[in-house]
Design a binder for this molecule. Structure first.
Ligand SMILES: [Zn+2]
Length: 114
């Protein structure tokens, strides 16, 4: 099985949308293991955190502030309206890790050069 990067990005974006919505996700289908799998999980976690926020216990989209949504509703909203945006986030998170640019948790650490 050839693992194209665009395929991985797509799958991780899907998983991040599920994670953000509080739904179960499964990246085992990608066949990742060890360090790579751990990195994929970090990316999913990091991206998911930027996609959702809670107000009075209700889920809202952190990208466009719409909501409140049910879990399923948020997942559908994210994948229908923000799919490209999420894939872009995943790509950036992956690049930050693969190229060792450091950080990776959303750019809160600019001006941090050795
Ligand atoms: Zn939205």
């Amino acid at each position: 099985m050839v693992l194209a990067l665009s395929y991985v990005v797509e799958k991780l974006a899907e998983a991040a949308a599920r994670r953000a919505s509080g739904l179960r996700y499964d990246i085992d289908a990608l066949g990742l293991a060890g360090e790579t799998k751990r990195m994929a999980e970090e990316v999913i976690e990091s991206v998911a955190m930027t996609l959702v926020f809670e107000r009075r216990g209700l889920l809202r989209c952190a990208v466009c502030s719409k909501g409140p949504f049910t879990r399923k509703g948020l997942y559908l909203h994210l994948t229908r309206v923000h799919r490209e945006f999420i894939e872009e986030l995943v790509r950036k998170e992956l690049e930050a890790r693969l190229l060792g640019k450091g950080g990776g948790s959303g750019g809160a650490e600019h001006a941090h050069r050795a």
